[in-house]
Design a protein around this ligand. Structure first.
Ligand code: G3P
Ligand code: CA
Length: 264
């Protein structure tokens, strides 16, 4: 029923820690995820790529240049893409120093390490698959990694603690066909006509926050889907997204968003 008096009853949105609590910690590292969990995030968002030998690793970019010391460890190496390096080579890299010397020595985590971490908590996992066209077999590898952790899928699916998303909508379809029990999200802003088609199998439509407004999110909701918006770090933007009806907000500052949500 619509709220009486035309005033929307605020429903607290999920707090989602973008690459972990990545304002204060090096993004996509275990301490960033632990910080996000400690700050009260409902989910942590991670980016997944695949190494040359098929290990799933958590890093944002296609190359390791920006967030590791790969350039100084391997100065002669021309190709520093995740897909051209082995898991053992990636494990040698320092994924913390770029953010500050206090974080020196942190490793690029594997998906297996992240699953083991979240499995001990009530925090969910929003798993973004980056550039799946570079990684044949990545959908199967993700399902296999989840299956490796006893009870992980059973528990996380029952509790709504896992969503797989990608900006590659064709890949999301492929993943859904492989593992229809896992909720999936599309990154971006489909048209109304596309939304009507996606509603048959997509759980979430996750646009950049500047692409979302009340009308768009209402349409998503009326079609039976939910919406997480990214990446929202300013209080005024958090309030706007809440007002528009976002079901979750992806932020680099989960501690701040927890405060805003607690005020509702
Ligand atoms: O979760 C969505 C958001 O993370 C997409 O942007 O570039 O931070 O992966 P990006
Ligand atoms: Ca992401």
């Amino acid at each position: 029923h619509p709220p009486k008096g035309g005033v929307r009853t605020p429903v607290p949105p999920l707090v989602i820690a973008h690459r972990g609590a990545s304002a204060g910690w090096p993004e996509n590292t275990i301490p960033a995820f632990v910080a996000g969990i400690d700050q009260g995030a409902d989910m942590i968002e991670v980016d997944v790529h695949m190494s040359a030998d098929g290990e799933l690793v958590i890093v944002h970019d296609v190359t390791l240049d920006r967030t590791t010391n790969v350039r100084s460890v391997c100065p002669e190496r021309a190709d520093t893409r995740v897909k051209s390096m082995t898991a053992a080579e990636i494990a040698e890299l320092d994924a913390g120093s770029w953010k500050g010397e206090a974080f020196a020595g942190l490793q690029v985590p594997t998906l297996a390490e992240v699953l083991a971490l979240v499995h001990t908590t009530r925090t969910g996992l929003l798993l973004e698959v980056k550039h799946p066209e570079l990684y044949p077999g990545i959908a199967e590898a993700i399902v296999a990694a989840c299956d490796e952790v006893p009870d992980y899928l059973e528990r996380s699916l029952a509790a709504g603690l896992l969503v797989v998303q990608s900006a590659d909508w064709g890949f999301v379809r492929e993943f859904h066909e492989l593992a229809p029990e896992v909720p999936v999200g599309l990154l971006g802003r489909p048209t109304e006509q596309q939304l009507r088609e996606f509603a048959a199998w997509v759980d979430q439509i996750n646009p950049e926050h500047i692409d979302a407004d009340a009308d768009y999110l209402t349409m998503v909701h009326e079609l039976g889907m939910s919406s997480l918006v990214w990446t929202v770090d300013a209080v005024t933007d958090m309030e706007k997204s809440i007002d528009y009806g976002a079901d979750g907000i992806i932020t680099n500052v989960p501690d701040l968003l927890v405060e805003v949500v607690e005020e509702l």
